[in-house]
Design a protein around this ligand. Sequence first.
Ligand code: HEM
Length: 105
Amino acid sequence: SLDDDMDILKGGLRTVTKTDDVAEFKKALTDMRGAAEDAKTQTPDKLKGQPSDSPEMKDYHAGLDKLIGQIDSSMKLADAGDLAGAKAEAKKFADTRDENHKKFR
Ligand code: HEM
């Protein structure tokens, strides 16, 4: 469910904020990416009853794609051994969350 996906995002965000272990960091990003992809297949309660191609649904998908893009940027840095850079990128996740929760939660 969308709630399950959001719980995974929440746990992942906590891990990437706290850990200094690259393997744990990357595992959390991978879990977050999967949850964000699954969330794209779900419909928020606020948008229930809307066609899947409504402007609001497109905007909802774009919000998740933005998060996925940030996750991928962070993963690239982690892969390159730049954990500090990866963590700086991960700081942006919370902005994307807040911005989209305002609209869709
Ligand atoms: C790292 C980023 C994010 C975190 C940590 C996060 C976390 C959460 C949490 C903890 C909840 C409450 C879940 C519950 O009821 O059990 C929630 C709800 C929700 N979130 Fe997120 N979220 C994130 C990003 C996003 C994004 C990018 C979107 C949309 C583009 C989004 C849309 C929603 C919606 C629509 C709900 C309400 C559930 C519903 O309508 O059924 N979230 N989120």
